[in-house]
Design a protein around this ligand. Structure first.
Ligand code: PLP
Length: 399
């Protein structure tokens, strides 16, 4: 028998991969081209102008006039920056459970010696903010130094009303800081750091900002900066005061100039489209996705929406619950191996039980419809029962 030729062994599917993970996301050609340029001295005036534009642009997206610190790190780095600057071992924080990412942030806090109380919540319905308000009102001694929450839980496809948590803190006259992770909502779902009274916002590059993974940042309120100044806990790489001392870049180490080239372009794209139009596009594509999922499960036997709170459905990611006893893994494997469609898997206890359709960042109607149709193809290939849903998505988009 003849050995297979290299052409067969290395055969790659033609055409573009449809990338519908909820992060990282598609990097637009414009961003790739903006990054395809020679390096610059990160102390040069030319780079400083780009750096300045990026700082101002990210603050506009966060809707804050307060401070911003950027890191050579993925979102985990910004999580750690928030914790390391504000808390010392033994301090207490309350984390609002939303799903896998809230628990991961809590785990990080525990590993840093912080005492973590988890405000438990049903992952499919979301936290009960009224009960949270009661818990905060009970903390008369103000032992809770901060409330930590994830604005958009990427594992469950659910949004948390963080402005309601600020209201609960204010009504209880509780001085705790409010920290919020906007990693999978930034530039996809409206977020108003200052208006919502957020003290620290954690963001990352690889989702709504449409950049490669590797840069993250924290928006920091004046109140949080004050707390950080008084915090004697050891820290270095993420130390906001040390970073202030490294003006004008305020960057620890070598600034990743190519990430800034990309960021400047992605900010231009977001502002050309207009942030409100960006949010409306995400809402439209998310609603179409949900229409398809509802149709898939309409006969009671197919996949269904994981999130059971209609007012908290995420516009950047949809988590789809598989029918009882059917794993999502063979379907996702068929999607990527046979049809070149990348879908997100379940995280933590949801592994195999759900799959996730990312619809954030650089995405339009044909890309989404292609992904939904191909998901149906993969479900057929893997023997997953479902009713057709693409027409429901088309109806949603055309209504
Ligand atoms: N928080 C949320 C909501 C996320 O979705 C992610 C990653 O997907 C993270 C935090 C962690 O970010 P990173 O993977 O960039 O470290």
């Amino acid at each position: 028998m003849n050995a297979p030729s290299n052409a067969v062994v290395n055969a790659k599917p033609r055409g573009r991969q449809f990338f519908n993970n909820p992060g990282p996301t598609n990097i637009p050609d414009r961003v790739l081209r903006a990054m395809d340029r020679p390096v610059l001295d990160f102390m040069s005036d030319e780079f400083m102008a780009i750096h300045h534009a990026c700082h101002a642009g990210v603050k506009r997206v966060l809707k804050t006039d307060q401070s911003l610190y950027m890191y050579n790190a993925s979102g985990h780095g910004a999580w750690e920056a928030a914790l390391a600057n504000l808390f010392a071992a033994g301090d207490s924080v309350l984390i609002v459970e939303t799903g896998y990412f809230s628990l991961s942030w809590a785990e990080m806090a525990v590993n840093l010696g912080i005492k973590v109380e988890t405000f438990a919540a049903d992952w499919r319905r979301g936290a009960d903010v009224k009960k949270l308000a009661e818990r905060l009102a009970k903390d008369k001694a103000h032992e809770i130094k901060a409330v930590l929450c994830v604005h958009n839980e990427t594992a469950t496809g659910m949004v948390l009303p963080v402005s309601d948590i600020r209201r609960a803190l204010d009504e209880a006259k509780h001085p705790a800081l409010l920290l919020s992770d906007t990693i999978s909502s930034l530039a996809s779902i409206d977020y108003k750091m200052d208006a919502w009274g957020i003290d620290v916002t954690v963001g990352g590059s690889q989702k709504g900002l449409m950049l490669p993974t590797g840069m993250s940042f924290t928006g920091v309120s004046n109140k949080a900066l004050d707390v950080a100044r008084r915090n004697k806990a050891p820290r270095h790489y993420f130390h906001w005061e040390l970073m202030n001392g490294r003006a004008p870049q305020k960057f620890m180490g070598t600034a990743p100039v190519h990430m800034f080239f990309g960021l400047q372009e992605s900010l231009r794209m977001l502002e050309e489209e207009g942030l409100d139009a960006v949010f409306a596009r995400h809402a439209r594509l998310a609603e179409a996705t949900r229409a398809a999922v509802r149709a898939w499960g309409a006969n009671g036997k197919g996949p269904q929406l994981y999130c059971q709170s209609p007012d908290r459905l995420s516009n950047s990611v949809t988590t789809v619950l598989m029918p009882e006893g059917v794993s999502s893994d063979p379907m996702r494997k068929a999607a990527i191996d046979r049809f070149n469609l990348s879908l997100g898997g379940g995280l933590g206890p949801l592994m195999g039980k759900v799959f996730r359709i990312g619809h954030m960042g650089d995405l339009n109607e044909p890309m989404l419809l292609g992904a939904l149709a191909t998901t149906e193809l993969a479900m057929k290939a893997a023997g997953v029962p479902f009713s057709p849903g693409v027409n429901a998505a088309i109806d949603s988009l055309s209504s």
